[in-house]
Design a binder for this molecule. Sequence first.
Ligand code: F6R
Length: 261
Amino acid sequence: MEVIIRETENDAAQLTADLIANALIEKPELVLGLATGRTMEGLYARLAQKHAESGLDFSKGTTFNLDEYIGLPPENPNSYRTYMNNHLFNKINIDLANTFLPNGTAPDLDKECAGYEAKIAEHGGIDLQLLGIGSTGHIGFNEPLSALGSRTRCKALTPGTIAQNSPLFDNPEDMPKRAITMGVGTILDSKRCIMLVTGAAKADIVAKAVEGPLTSMISASALQLHPRATVIVDEAAAAKLENRGYYDWIFQNEPEWAPYR
Ligand code: F6R
C-alpha cells in the first residue's frame, strides 16, 4: 500500500484524476471501477474537464460501479445511476451501454448479483478500482463484518451510513436501508485500487484502515492485502496518520511518483 498526502482536497482530487487519465491513455479499453458520494464529485468534475479541454477519450472504456440502492429505479434522482449520469457519464464521451451498475430493482436480486460478477469477469476484470471510505470504514457498501472474501451481494446498511447519506434525500426517510454492493473480495480482485479520502471527518477512520490491524470491522483495512493499493488523502484526512513522514519520504524517493511531485 502507498499513502500519498496532498495539501488540499483539490490537490488530492487532481492527482487522482491524473492517475485515472494516465491509465486511460495507456489502455483506452480500460475497465474502470467507480464509486459515488460527495468525495468523488470534484474528481468527476476534473475528469469531465480533461475530456472537454484536452480530449481525454473514454469512448473505448467500460465502467462498473461499486453499488446501488435496493428499490431505487435508475431514473430515481437519488439512484447511483442518476448520480453517475449527472456527475460524469453525460459530460464525457463514454458509450452508456458500457457503463454498468447493479440493478437495485431486479426481480431476483441474488441472480442480479451473480450476473454482475459474471459481467465483470467477461470484461477481463477491473483494471483500476476507485474507492472512497465511509465513516464506518466501508468500501462500496461493505459494512463492518463484511467477509474479506465476499462477492457482489445484498447488504443491510448501518445506522451510521444511513445517517451519512440520508440528508441527500428530499425526505431522509426515503433512503433505502439495503444496497447491492461489490464484495470485498470483488474489490481485491481488481488490478489496482485507488482510495481517495478528504476532510477532517475521515481522519480517524482512514488511520485505522491504513495503520490499524486488518479486520472485517473496517472493510477498507482489506486494502492492506492488495498488491497495488494507493490511498490519496488531503492534509485534513491525514491528520491522524502516525507514519506520515515515511509516506512523504516514499513519495519523494519512489521513481514512479516523480512525474507527480
Ligand atoms: C459509494 C461508495 C461509498 C462511498 C463512501 C464515502 O459508491 O462506494 O463507499 O465512497 O460512503 O462517501 P462520501 O464521499 O460521500 O463521504
